[in-house]
Write a protein that binds this ligand. Sequence first.
Ligand code: CA2
Length: 165
Amino acid sequence: MSGKGSRGGRPSSPIVLVLNGPNLNLLGTREPEIYGRETLADIESACRRHGLAHGMAIEFRQSNHEGQLIDWIHEARTHAAGIVVNPGGYGHTSVAIRDALAAVALPAIEVHISNIFAREPFRHHNPISAVATGVICGLGGQGYILALDAMRAIVAGKAPTAKRS
Ligand code: CA2
């Protein structure tokens, strides 16, 4: 597999930005029946281990601020091979994050820890999904690992990358 950049991992490992939106810093502290008991630090460690084992350099970030998330998406264009994004609640509202992902034109996989379609109706509306290469939800922290596996295949040219809209 070839890729852009060489931060961490093996030389020339593709860089995958793993982006987390608002309130995900609180994972593991409340609502374990919805989000499980894993903290965001646990998910970060699992992603880093998986990246090392499979030749991906992981940049793992979290912010509660929409503009910061957008700035990181823009920056990714210069060095990352793809983006795994759990936009948190912004997944249901943010046209701006949707536009940023569309603008950078990197493969992007949207992850939600909970099954948003089995929850309140306002969580069924997901503008970001329309520009994502794929969407994973309801599989807990494991969803991030599955997204990294999918991203590895996409970057290696072994999976479809067509984005809608
Ligand atoms: O299931 C997901 O990953 C979500 O993106 C999580 C968001 C939620 O707004 C989305 O609908 C689905 C919320 C993350 C907040 O997580 C907390 C966890 C524990 C305590 C407080 C917040």
